[in-house]
Design a protein around this ligand. Sequence first.
Ligand SMILES: Nc1ncnc2c1ncn2[C@@H]1O[C@H](COP(=O)(O)OP(=O)(O)OP(=O)(O)O)[C@@H](O)[C@H]1O
Length: 623
Amino acid sequence: MTAASMINNDMDSSADEEIAGCLDLSSPKSFFLFAGAGSGKTRSLVKALDHVRRTFGETLRFRGQRVGVITYTNAACDEINRRLEFDSTVEVSTIHSFAWSLISGLNHDIREWLRTNLAAEIEELKALEAKGRSGTKASAERISKIASKGKRLANLNTVRRFVYSPTGDNRGRDALNHSEVIKISATFLQTKPIMQSILVGRYPILLIDESQDTNKLLIDALFTVQSIHRESFALGLLGDMMQRIYSDGKEGLGQNLPDDWATPGKRLNHRCPKRVIGLINKVRQTVDGQEQIPRSDSAEGWVRLFVLPGDTADKPAAERAVAQYMAELTGDNDWTSSAACKSLILEHRMAARRMGFLEMFVALHQVESFRTGLLDGSLPLVRFFSEQILPLVRAQQLDDRFAVARIVRESSPLLSGDKLRYAEDQTMQLRHAREAISSLLSLWHTDASPTFGEILGNIAASGLFAVPEALRPTVDRDVSLSAVEEDGELDEVNRQTEKAKAIEEFLAAPFSQIEPYVTYVSGKAHFDTHQGVKGLEFPRVMVIMDDTEARGFLFSYDKLFGGKEAGDTSVESTRRLFYVTCSRAENSLALVAYSIQPDRVRQFVLKEGWFESEEVIVGIPGH
Ligand SMILES: Nc1ncnc2c1ncn2[C@@H]1O[C@H](COP(=O)(O)OP(=O)(O)OP(=O)(O)O)[C@@H](O)[C@H]1O
């Protein structure tokens, strides 16, 4: 009998039993389940919830209580809700919507908190300004912030009801921003006994997934609540310190846990093949030495590191060569089908370049208030092109005249019910619409590639679709920025100018970029970010590591691969990100590192024992 076949694949089930034992409404016990990637923590969470609903569903319903679950993303919320069949005794939310649900409506207390906090922030900025050099960009920003915070402080009494949207930009004068909502809820939970009782009364059990990245102030506050209400409240933390990739999380979480906490553990990795587990164990070794064991039925799997020159001219082509190499090595042809692989990039811009929507992306990404909408596809000025123009152009290209007619009937003001009803000559009106369509589509004649701006100009002239608010100043030049400038404030004027410039650049980009952009933001692209795949898994994973292209400062693969000693903050945060990305692979893993010192990278990974020498390929394969 081999060592592998002696492994009991159920060896960790005692952790689930221990957790079930903790979740007893009459004698609740808090627990801390921290275990490596793919060990089934999310699965344990769902099992724990199943146990509670089966055992205590009736009692919870009778008492009007729920089990609270906090997950990291909206997608994770949806997934857990789906698995629990949307059971009403379980309330799954993201940290922001959870925090807001605690404090929403406490307008007086929020106002007083803001009064103190804004005054402190202004003092801090003034102190910095007194120390810093004047006349610099940083100084101008500080002065502008002092002014806007001062104005907000002065207006506080006029706000009757504070508002907040966990997924929005929260720009209005009565809106709280994301970090305020977290800080306020944490402070109230720390300091107000009534808030603590409300929380415990609502949720006798509160479970937090990925808690290594949960805001440290909130984690501290929840520990306080647990210590005061330990007889009636169980806090369950699930996570993995090795997967802490946001700076919000609490360092050293889990150290010095109170004695009454249970600490179930898990040793198996159910997701990755043996070779990947070997790699992630090594990467983790210097951090906490935790080693995972593969399942008895796990495959051997494949890992290759490709070290490519940092100045590779055509990176997408090099990555296709890597995929081809992987297909031949593994005998798995799906490596050559981009739809079947996941390529992980550090920054959205890297996907934009590879997929061909760089110009429109870069233009709009400059404006902070556009970013959320740009990344989830909800930005109105982009939706105008993605949801109205794109379907129309596609239908026309497929020669689907019915679809063209339907789209225009549904959304064109030219054919709105009122327009047709009151038109003196309906046939004329229909002709007008037909002409507008053919004028728009003529922009593509002779294989031209119109820009967003050319399309906008055409639509504005024909009236085929209503032009969204944000694009109107660009169309009606008379409603120009000078109008804002006269009576606007400096801050607002700057913001408007920045937006106008971004929109102008966006309009100069080719409309053909909208299609790959839509694919990317709908999550259907084979690209995703290193951070965005936390919690997910894929059969074939390619991790693209390129510090220069990512231009980030938090992570540096060059430092991880021998540029700096272990222990350096950016080495350690990059090591954790590297652990997260490698551990997503179910079958095979290709790591692509662009470096100006390929030999140093190779020597480093061999010395560390992360790879065998035949697993490291320097240069573009096949070249
Ligand atoms: N006991 C088990 N038996 C069989 N498969 C399991 C078991 N536990 C987990 N799995 C499978 O292993 C994979 C990883 O599980 P899960 O996502 O719950 O792990 P995790 O610890 O939350 O991972 P990570 O921290 O990497 O996000 C999933 O495909 C899951 O279905």
